[in-house]
Design a protein around this ligand. Sequence first.
Ligand code: FES
Ligand code: FE2
Length: 413
Amino acid sequence: MSFDTDKRLFGEARLNHEQFPHLPTGPVSTVPYTSEDYLARERDAIFKRMWLLAGRTEKIPKKGDFFVKVIEVLNTSIIVVRGQDDRVRAFYNVCRHRGTNIATGSGNCKFFTCNFHGWVYDTAGRNRHIADESQFFDLDKSKLNLHEVNCDIWNGFIFVNFDEDPRETLLEQLAELAPQLNDFPFEEMQVAGHWGATLTANWKLFLDAFQEGYHVATVHSGTINEYYTGERNPYCRPSSVRLYDRNRGLTIPFNPKFQIHASEAFAIKTGVSLSQGEEGLKKEVPGINPEGDEYYSFDINAIFPNWLLDTSIGFFFIHEFWPIDATTTRWEATMYFPPPVNAGALISQNQSIALLRDAFREDIATSEGSQAGLMSGSLKEINFADSEITCRHLYEAVDQMVNGNWHGTRVSS
Ligand code: FES
Ligand SMILES: [Fe+2]
């Protein structure tokens, strides 16, 4: 289905909902953003069952490389390790003797040694040594390997699933987004910036701040506003929206009237940048702009449940939203650029990184403000605009799963 872009950006018709008529339009409850009981249900219905992002393979390029990932909502941490056979596996970070965590941080090793009583495991999780073994009773060492967690990889993204018998494969869960993004050159890029914060906001509330443009003109008036708004699209509406079963995507256009500053013009000329404008559109990058939108800037791909994969003309960035409790979220954002080929490219990348850093700070401040307001209890409901349809879609997808409906009502047309 395609719509006239100007009508979508200017008009009074509520075209996103027109495109997805099965999605409700009424107010939604504030309970899912404030309640510990609701988070407990999300834990059981979603986080214990679905493929969750653990990291990228370039974090562990060599045999024996590992990192520990803490997943607070499941009260656990896991070790993700590249074994001596080059296979990437994930294990509960729990010694089979008395439960001690056996690794922290990241590094490279041939063996993990528990620092409580010295049991040893290899990088395939096999129990290789039990100190003073003869003192135990009828131990079968081969049954005391590290507990493995399901692990799979798509385009360098490592996922884990804590369900012993996952009800979907990773590709089934990624669904429509996998073919759309398959050809994007993820492997040509490397980490260029990384930010994180633990903030007082529900994980969905904070995720919503990064999947709608309605707030850009107000919250980001001093940073990124002019890149995206302007007379053609004053409220930064998306130029296209894709709602799938639980995943979703939207495209944000740039402001064609944006007057680039001299320093930015230099940055853009020398490398990929957040604000590439018309210059960027000359580049051929597969896997972006799925609906061929005019003045394309970037896509936000929301991968259920809790992360965003934003792709653009030669760079991408990731947001992860990990609930700690109903009103506390650990957020991590990572920016990926191609390795800078010269000093100019480095300047260009750093210009984008500095700009994003400032914008993210603005998002944190308003999200904590929203959460504080919701905690007052004075608001029982929230109204989402048509341009916030992605926030509504997350609300509905979560609510359907929490209520035991694995696939929910498919909202795509
Ligand atoms: S808890 Fe690990 S060796 Fe005792
Ligand atoms: Fe924002």
